[in-house]
Design a protein around this ligand. Structure first.
Ligand SMILES: CC(C)(COP(=O)(O)OP(=O)(O)OC[C@H]1O[C@@H](n2cnc3c(N)ncnc32)[C@H](O)[C@@H]1OP(=O)(O)O)[C@@H](O)C(=O)NCCC(=O)NCCS
Length: 182
């Protein structure tokens, strides 16, 4: 796997690089698409990048160098979620599934208490949704109008998950949507 997740220190050695990364990139599918320095600094102070629930990593590629940022969320829940942000020049180049695969290996490989790994994105974030499917994640929920859009109609929020058992065996445990029949 050419991607390595390198744990970062948001309050000390990586603080400036983190602020720089977050403020020079656009994140059109996030609730705050263009964070300001003040916003990022307040997230750092609140522990959004590292506390008992959150941990953050740089995404280092063997040949390309640093290609993005990855954060684990809800770590005290035993079913973490994540936030993945590639640096703009590295988007659309087929890296998403490699990153997701490396992150899934990190979670199941180093966190024995975790049985499920979860992710959520907007319905129109097609690259992220395709990456989930390519990596063996299963769509588990489609929350209609679950994602507020400033000045517009909300879009759906789509939830995916992968089970430890499926990661270990390379399978996808199916679910039946209409399990009670029509
Ligand atoms: C979302 C993100 C991680 C995806 O990574 P990426 O490297 O840009 O995506 P990829 O180039 O690997 O493409 C992933 C898949 O989507 C497909 N795809 C890409 N753009 C597409 C488009 N506009 N329409 C349809 N499919 C598209 C690719 O062909 C690929 O499909 P495949 O695996 O079946 O071949 C990246 O664009 C990003 O960081 N965006 C900003 C932050 C963000 O939205 N993060 C997600 C929050 S969880």
């Amino acid at each position: 796997m050419p991607i390595t997740l390198v744990r970062l220190d948001p309050e000390d050695t990586d603080r400036e690089a983190l602020v720089d990364f977050m403020t020079r990139n656009e994140f059109p599918f996030h609730t705050v698409p263009s964070p300001s320095r003040t916003q990022v600094e307040s997230w750092i102070a609140e522990g959004a990048y590292r506390d008992e629930d959150n941990d953050s990593f740089w995404l280092e590629h063997d040949e390309l160098g640093r290609v993005g940022f990855f954060r684990l969320e809800d770590l005290s829940d035993d079913a973490p979620l994540f936030d993945l942000r590639l640096d703009a020049p590295f988007r659309g180049r087929g890296l998403a599934s490699e990153v997701l695969g490396a992150a899934t290996d990190l979670v199941f490989g180093t966190m024995p208490e975790v049985n499920r790994f979860e992710g959520q994105t907007r319905e129109d974030n097609v690259p992220m949704r395709r990456a989930f499917l390519r990596c063996g994640w299963l769509k588990e929920a489609h929350y209609r109008e679950g994602w507020p859009v400033e000045g517009g109609r909300p879009v759906a929020s789509v939830a995916y998950g992968i089970l430890r058992h499926d990661w270990e065996t390379g399978t996808v445990t199916p679910l039946v949507w209409e399990d009670l029949g029509a």
